[in-house]
Design a protein around this ligand. Structure first.
Ligand code: ADP
Ligand code: MG
Length: 473
């Protein structure tokens, strides 16, 4: 009975009804992302006003942890009122969370933020349906998605700070003070960084997924039909794969980069034993103070995995040209990669913000346990860096007058979408290639304006989910 479908269905129903069967059976609680599973069917029930209000909550969160209902109402400025009704609907679908402890207000849930990104990507026409979850990583949920032609792709939703944010959050109400940032902002930065790196590595011919588009905390990339190395028990030619991997590490170093998570979870391998490297938010520059140490740790992890799990010990293979890759091959400067990354929207202050998460991680304790979606168990326990402090854009000083915070707050300070923002939203997008941190404020306004004019057709809810055969992590 335990392995039957009926049993699974019964458990799922009990889970949905929030029946405490796990507690009664002394079983561990499910991970939060399980409780907050992305149900895109909900999109079908949401009207344009609902999305306008959801976007208003997002805008309000740029300078409020909890957005007072009155502010949501002002930002949304619905023609015929009804913000409260929309908030109730959003609450019902768990897209916003209601708080009344300090003051009455709302904030987005992970799912609320996911919906905004998915809706924007759908409006751009780059994807149109969401399939099953194919991976839960340390700091992301990964879904298989498809476009109108049925081409399968991969959507990675970054969840930066989900393990530590409650503690960070409890320290302050105002999110832009000191080094504390909202998880919305940090997750978005992480996505911007990953997209920029993936694209840069892709243009340099490295085996990485194709970076297709990015919005908010979401990165759309090609779907690699392969399995994480961790799921492989035996390789036909371990020496060849091992050599390819250390060559890849050296090539990255020559470009001025250390992956910092170069392990069996982030190396995908297909039936033909071809490798693809994924997961780039934690990459650092070879100019980073600990770059060599981080590089050597990646090498140790790889050697450990090959020796222990695959039974191939590189140091015992006399035919192997070299056992360890050489960090000294790293170019003294990161070359043109740094400037390329900044041009793509990932700036020095963004890296500083991401670094602050690592600091917060180390000095904060676990939170109160009352949040419904911000706890997650890691599925990559073995060879992870203790703190993923990174500074991918080390180098010369950079004058960048663009102040993210003030730029972002402009609209909300005014209390409603500014005319400039709405005008920007009305302009057609200049191509997906430009998707990065730079345009996401336009995207915010774009979604508000698009929702208002009702242009978006949520084809996403009308399509069947793509068939998948990939085994997730
Ligand atoms: P995290 O930062 O959370 O570790 P990853 O980028 O490593 O996120 O993705 C988590 C898992 O999702 C991977 O182990 C892999 O199984 C799957 N995955 C990620 N990107 C792709 C992709 N482009 N194609 C296929 N599977 C992917
Ligand atoms: Mg990973």
């Amino acid at each position: 009975f335990r392995s039957s479908r009926l049993y699974v269905c019964l458990l799922l129903i009990l889970e949905e009804l929030r029946f405490p069967w796990r507690t009664l059976c002394h079983l561990p609680q499910p991970t939060a992302s399980y409780l907050m599973k992305l149900d895109v069917n909900v999109l079908r029930y949401l009207g344009k006003d609902d999305f306008r209000v959801l976007t208003a909550v997002e805008m309000g969160q740029k300078n409020h942890e909890i957005v007072p209902s009155s502010l949501v109402d002002t930002i949304a400025s619905l023609k015929h009122g009804g913000t409260h009704k929309c908030l109730k609907e959003l609450l019902r679908h768990k897209l916003v969370h209601h708080e009344s402890k300090k003051y009455d207000g709302y904030r987005l849930t992970n799912m609320g933020y996911d919906f905004l990104a998915i809706k924007t990507l759908t409006a751009r026409g780059v994807m149109s349906s969401v399939g099953r979850k194919i991976g839960v990583g340390k700091e992301a949920d990964v879904y298989e998605v498809a476009d109108d032609e049925g081409n399968r792709m991969c959507l990675k939703l970054h969840r930066l700070g989900r393990t530590s944010f409650r503690a960070v959050k409890s320290k302050r109400d105002y999110l832009r003070q000191g080094s504390h940032y909202s998880w919305l902002y940090l997750s978005r930065l992480s996505a911007v960084k990953e997209f920029a790196f993936m694209r840069a590595l892709q243009t340099r011919g490295l085996p990485v997924p194709e970076a297709i588009d990015q919005n908010r905390h979401a990165v759309l990339m090609s779907l690699v039909d392969a399995f994480p190395l961790v799921q492989i028990k035996e390789l036909a030619s371990p020496a060849r794969i091992y050599t390819q991997l250390i060559d890849l590490m050296e090539r990255l170093a020559q470009m001025g980069l250390v992956h910092c998570d170069f392990n069996e979870f982030n190396i995908l391998i297909n039936e033909e034993e071809e490798i693809t490297l994924i997961d780039f938010p934690q990459m650092v520059s070879t100019n980073h103070a600990n770059a060599e140490e981080l590089f050597e740790r990646d090498v140790d992890c790889l050697i450990r995995f090959f020796s222990k799990k695959l039974g191939y010990v590189p140091s015992l293979d006399s035919a192997l040209k070299r056992v360890r890759p050489n960090f000294q091959l790293a170019s003294p400067s990161a070359g043109d990669l740094d400037s390329e990354l900044r041009a793509s929207g990932f700036k020095r202050e963004h890296q500083a913000a991401l670094d602050s998460v690592a600091e917060d991680d180390s000095d904060s304790e676990a939170g109160s346990g009352e949040e419904e979606e911000e706890e997650e168990s890691s599925s990559e326990p073995e060879c992870e860096p203790e703190a993923s402090s990174s500074s991918g854009s080390d180098g010369e000083e950079e004058e960048d007058s663009e102040e993210e915070a003030s730029e972002e707050e402009a609209d909300t300070k005014a209390g409603r979408a500014s005319p400039a923002a709405v005008a920007a939203a009305e302009k057609p997008r200049e191509g997906v290639a430009e998707a990065s941190g730079k345009d996401s404020d336009n995207d915010d306004a774009a979604s508000l304006s698009t929702v208002a004019t009702g242009i978006l057709s949520m084809r996403i809810s009308g399509r069947p989910t793509p068939a998948v055969s990939l085994v997730g992590g």
